[in-house]
Design a protein around this ligand. Structure first.
Ligand SMILES: O=C(O)CCC(=O)C(=O)O
Length: 229
């Protein structure tokens, strides 16, 4: 099938581990998705949650987004072995939820499963001061490990072992709402703190090549083959 994705998308994705698609959704679509995200959070999420899983399983609007032809077209370009939707989640930052997401690689969260990629779409203009995505281009080619780090609070968090990139290696992806970032599950990424006092809603959808279910997949009820292998 013909694709409308830019011709060099696959090469850029291969080289950098991510690719930005400007203006995939328009302002009206972003507004509608934000209203729906708020409704789902208020109805189904833990009180005060800033991350909520399974949007497509709950909401027809997010289900439609997960299989939107504009996204699937772009995915065809970087996923030659077919496209299967696995899951999605909303990540919400605000004046009260200012957290920066620490550097990480997603594959660590699904070790020993087949490779995946994610599509990050902010529903508000995303800037360095309201929590946009940060990436280290080319980092998907290294074999990262994550290790537990003890926090003063007695808690712990995971961090990347031996992270050797400098500030100059980091791209802070300031993008308009409705733009999309496709990124590899091996790419080092995080997000900035939200110090702007403005809402920042983002939807992250994860895909992999179609194949018989792995045990890991069974927790994701909205999974669906979108392009056969
Ligand atoms: O939306 C964000 O703030 C970043 C989330 C993220 O990096 C992730 O869930 O892997």
């Amino acid at each position: 099938m013909k694709t409308t994705a830019p011709a060099n998308l696959a090469a850029r994705y291969e080289r950098d581990g991510f690719v930005i698609l400007p203006d995939l959704l328009d302002a009206e679509e972003c507004d509608r998705l934000k209203v729906e995200a708020r409704r789902v959070l208020d109805t189904f999420a833990r009180p005060k949650a800033s991350v909520h899983l399974h949007m497509a399983a709950t909401s027809p609007l997010f289900r439609a987004l997960s299989e939107d032809p504009r996204i699937v077209d772009a995915l065809r370009a970087v996923m030659p072995h077919g496209v299967m939707f696995l899951s999605d989640k909303i990540v919400y930052k605000s004046a009260n939820k200012t957290f920066a997401t620490p550097w990480h690689v997603d594959f660590f969260y699904w070790l020993n499963t087949r490779p995946k990629l994610s599509v990050w779409i902010p529903l508000d203009d995303a800037t360095a001061d309201n929590g946009t995505l940060t990436v280290v281009p080319g980092s998907h080619r290294r074999d990262w490990r994550m290790v537990k780090k003890a926090l003063a609070s007695g808690d712990f968090e995971y961090e990347i072992a031996g992270g050797t990139w400098g500030d100059g290696d980091v791209v802070t992806c300031a993008i308009k709402r409705g733009s999309a970032i496709i990124f590899s599950d091996r790419l080092v990424h995080g997000s900035t703190a939200n110090t702007a006092g403005r809402d920042r809603y983002a939807i992250i959808s994860t895909y992999h090549a179609p194949a018989p279910d792995e045990p890991f997949d069974l927790d994701f009820p909205a999974r669906k083959v979108l392009v056969e292998a």
